[in-house]
Each structure stands twice: as structure tokens, then as C-alpha cells.
Design a protein around this ligand. Structure first.
Ligand code: ATR
Length: 279
């Protein structure tokens, strides 16, 4: 029996067990993917004993993505560049780690907008946390020309800009008009927008015509940010697909088969979030 899990604090809302459970069933693999609540003070010990606990690996979610980098034995290039990991796997009794968030983000856009290309494009990203860093890293690998980065706390955006010299320019959140006019891809990578009260507001009327708009948040499935973008006629890409796509490499590393994200899986998880989802 191959065993994997997701760790975080809190963890009970994680939908990763549903995603991996769906694929285990689909492939007929005798495996198990659970949820384990790990408090910050327990993280080091948990990751240090992952092989002894019989796990093939685990996913890592909030608030552990950054500190976990210090507690794995081998950190790949992506993990080193972004300082954040979400996937750990065991080989020969050692722990290896990577981040699949950037890949999940990019693959979601390409899944929903076949033919889309990042090459030569300008992205405007709202938010400068660990997620932004992962998205920037992967989009630049896919040929993106430049990133305009706006954050409530400007110092955090400046810090990220320094990590990607010549590619990332910081802009003021309160003065987005000029940046919006140059934007091909607008991304809400803040954790705001989950509730209406914390909605992030953008003058969509200034956004370049035909610019694609996406959000890393997926509750509700179409966030207020995406609803507004849609009302202004922009193509939108909901964030749930990112969650599904970021899970693919982990499943392949632990269980040995590379799953495909399809509408069956999307519907399953979308209905768990919104029982009225009719897609
Ligand atoms: P993650 O690792 O998922 O990116 P994070 O590091 O906590 O999470 O980053 C959350 C991002 O959302 C930050 O950019 C944060 O802005 P600050 O750096 O100023 O804290 C942003 N954010 C959260 N709530 C927000 C709100 N109500 N308005 C604007 N930005 C918000």
C-alpha cells in the first residue's frame, strides 16, 4: 500500500484527498492519501521522519510552504528559486522537494485557453506572497516578457523584483491605470477576494481589451474579481484548475502514473465547493 498525505494547519478543509482519491480509484492503485494536521512546531519532526512513517511523500500547504524548505534533505532548483515547496517525495530513504504551484498555474491557463502563449506577454500580478513568486518563476520560464507587480505592502513586491532582475517592475496598487493598459494577463494572487468584504478592487475599464484575467482563489469558483472581469467582457480562467493541475506531478512521483486533469474531476471538486455547480 503506497501512502501519501497533505500536511498543514489547519488542514480539515483541504480538497487534495478528494483529488488524489479520484485518481487512485481511476488507476485502480492500492494507495492512500490522507490529511494530517501538523502544527508549526511539529513540522521539522514530521518531515524528518516522513520515510520512517511509511510515506512515499506529501503535499505541503499553509502555513508550511516556506519553512518546510529548511527541513527536507534535497531541494530542487524551483524550490531554491522560490523559497517555497508544496510537494515532498521519498527516494532511497531521503526526502526530496519541489514546488508545483507555478506549473499548476500555467497548465490551468493552457487547459482553459488552448493556444494561449506566454511568450512576449506582460502580466500584472496583484499580491507578493509565496504564490506570486512561484507564478513569476514559471511564467518567465515559459517566455513571458515582463511582470508588473503591485502589493499592499510595497516592500514585499520590491523584494521579489530583486529576485528576478530586469523582469519584474513594481507598481503602486493605487495607481494601476497605466499598467492595466499594457497588461495581457491580469492575476489576482492576493488572498483577498475570498470574501466580498476583502474584495480587491481594480479599475477594469482601463484594462487592455482582450486581456485574460485569472485568480488563484477558487472559493467561490468565480470570485468577485473574476465576475467583474467577465462583466467587462474579458476572458476569465477560474483558479480551481490550478489546484487540480498542481496535484499532477505529486501523484506521478508517489504513485508512478501521470494523471490527466479532466472535466469529471473538475465537476467533482467544483460541486464540493458549490453544490449548485452545473458545468
Ligand atoms: P501566499 O503564500 O498564498 O502567496 P501570503 O504570502 O500570505 O500567501 O500572501 C498573501 C498576499 O495577499 C500578500 O501579497 C498580501 O498583501 P501584503 O503583502 O500586503 O500582506 C495579500 N493580501 C491579503 N489580503 C489582502 C487584502 N485585503 N488586500 C490586498 N492584499 C491582500
Amino acid at each position: 500500500m503506497i501512502k501519501a498525505c497533505v500536511i498543514g494547519f489547519p488542514i480539515k478543509h483541504s480538497r487534495s484527498p478528494m483529488i488524489h482519491g479520484h485518481w487512485l480509484k481511476r488507476f485502480g492503485i492500492e494507495g492512500e492519501y490522507g490529511r494530517v494536521e501538523v502544527r508549526p512546531e511539529e513540522l521539522r519532526e514530521f518531515l524528518g521522519t516522513l520515510p520512517e512513517r511509511g510515506y512515499a511523500g506529501c503535499n505541503i500547504t499553509l502555513p508550511h510552504k516556506e519553512p518546510a524548505c529548511n527541513y527536507v534533505q534535497n531541494l530542487d532548483d524551483r524550490g531554491q528559486r522560490t523559497g517555497s515547496i508544496n510537494t515532498v517525495y521519498v527516494r532511497d530513504g531521503q526526502t526530496f522537494a519541489t514546488s508545483t504551484d507555478g506549473e499548476g498555474f500555467v497548465e490551468n491557463i493552457l487547459w482553459r485557453l488552448p493556444g494561449f502563449s506566454f511568450a512576449g506577454k506582460t502580466a500584472l500580478i496583484l499580491g507578493a506572497g509565496g504564490t506570486s513568486r512561484a507564478l513569476i518563476d514559471e511564467m518567465l520560464r515559459r517566455g513571458l516578457a515582463r511582470v508588473l507587480l503591485a502589493n499592499r505592502t510595497p516592500e514585499k513586491a520590491e523584494k521579489i523584483a530583486k529576485a528576478f532582475p530586469g523582469k519584474v517592475t513594481t507598481v503602486a496598487l493605487a495607481q494601476l491605470d497605466k499598467s492595466l493598459a499594457e497588461t495581457d494577463l491580469l492575476i489576482n494572487a492576493t488572498s483577498a477576494g475570498v470574501a466580498d468584504a476583502a474584495k480587491i478592487s481594480v479599475p477594469f475599464a482601463k484594462l487592455k481589451q482582450d486581456a485574460v484575467v485569472t485568480d488563484v482563489n477558487y472559493v467561490p469558483l468565480v470570485t468577485p474579481f473574476l465576475q467583474e472581469a467577465k462583466a467587462h467582457g474579458h476572458p476569465i480562467v477560474p483558479g480551481l484548475g490550478m489546484l487540480l493541475h498542481q496535484a499532477v506531478p505529486g501523484f506521478a512521483l508517489w504513485f508512478g502514473k501521470r494523471p490527466v486533469v479532466d472535466e469529471d474531476l473538475y465537476r467533482l471538486i467544483a460541486r464540493d465547493i458549490d453544490p449548485g455547480y452545473a458545468g
